[in-house]
Design a protein around this ligand. Structure first.
Ligand code: HMG
Ligand code: MG
Length: 298
């Protein structure tokens, strides 16, 4: 059945901004995060400690973490791919990280300069060290439904790869539809396969991109299967620089509109968040693709 409460894992500042053509100034990023915290979002994925040549938009990761109001009780997880990234994150006093694995061989190559099996050798010491320091580690798994180079990704391959992340010590597995090709039947099949393989829905989060307009339908399906952590980005910002045809994430405002309709608690002030996305759209010079932002701001 449906959960009574959903944790929104807001990825706008990371997934949303990693793909911007023009680098967003640090002050704008910090203001964006402050406004989202003020709107009531309790988990704000802030940035990535990846190679600055690979993702120049997030090269200011250390300065950004330094500028956050850490006392506010909000969680600010960051992406970390390898030991060098973890060193940088620990230097910045980060206490919450996410590693990001690929469910397909080609994406492991393109996004991590690694391989489907090889990537685990990169992540294992990161997770081991982080967990040893009492740091929570989320495991992302990308291309869980389809891959732009390989086509549909087999459910068994996704489940096997995802289970390895949990067994390695990740507290949560976020199933990524990086290019937005999932549909509700596929979501249901994948969730059933994970449960059949012994993974609890409480360990699973969903991360849908909205390329084909299916993100909200897919999320509704996941909620009906008991998933209670949903990734989304304010205003529907986003995309992955290493996956062609990836567009923005499910918009947080669209998610909230649906949660309100279903009577599911989320703790966010929709009006404040819409104002934030309108403000951010002005900073970026283009309107938000979110239908709810459009409807509530016109
Ligand atoms: P590589 O070039 O293979 O790295 O990149 P390397 O280990 O061979 O090291 C080469 C040099 O880079 C070395 O420096 C390292 O120190 C340095 P040198 O000795 O030559 O002077 N280096 C670093 N510097 C700073 N920070 C680091 C770092 N690592 C190495 N962390 C690497 C491998 C993984 C680093 C690279 O491929 C990378 O940064 N990839 C990140 C790609 C990325 O951020 N993609 C977007 C996020 S994933 C996503 O969006 C999907 C998601 O939203 C879910 C979904 O939608 O499905 C999460
Ligand atoms: Mg993503």
């Amino acid at each position: 059945g449906l959960p009574a409460e959903v944790t929104i894992w807001e990825v706008g500042a990371r997934d949303g901004l990693q793909n911007e053509k023009e680098t967003v100034p640090l002050e704008v990023k910090l203001e964006f995060l402050r406004r989202m915290a003020d709107a009531g979002l309790a988990v704000l994925e802030a940035t990535s400690f990846v190679h600055p040549k690979w993702v120049p938009q997030l090269a200011d990761a250390a300065e950004l973490i330094d500028g956050l109001d850490q006392a506010s009780g909000v969680r600010y997880p960051v992406l970390v791919p390898n030991q060098r990234g973890l060193d940088r994150a620990l230097d910045a006093k980060v206490r919450d990280i996410a590693i990001f694995a690929a469910a397909s061989e080609t994406f492991a190559q393109r996004n991590l300069n690694s391989g489907l099996d090889e990537q685990f050798a990169m992540f294992e010491p990161v997770v081991g060290r982080a967990v040893g320091e009492g740091i929570a580690v989320r495991g992302y798994l990308s291309m869980c439904f389809g891959d732009p180079w390989e086509g549909p990704v087999p459910v068994e391959q996704v489940v096997a790869t995802g289970k390895r992340l949990l067994e390695m010590g990740c507290h949560q597995l976020s199933l990524g539809d990086t290019i937005g090709v999932a549909t509700p039947g596929h979501v249901e099949a994948l969730l059933r396969a994970f449960v059949a393989a012994g993974v609890g829905v409480d360990e699973i989060a969903v991360h849908f991109h909205d390329t084909y307009g299916q993100a909200l339908a897919n999320t509704a399906t996941a909620l009906r299967h008991g998933v209670s952590t949903v990734d989304s980005s304010a205003g529907g910002l986003g995309g992955c620089p290493y996956a062609k045809s990836a567009t923005g994430n499910l918009a947080t405002e669209d998610l909230i509109w649906m949660l309100d309709g279903l009577g599911i608690q989320h703790g966010v002030d929709l009006g404040k968040l819409v104002d934030t996305s309108v403000w951010m759209a002005e900073q970026l010079g283009r309107p938000s693709p979110s239908r709810v932002v459009k409807a509530l701001s016109s």
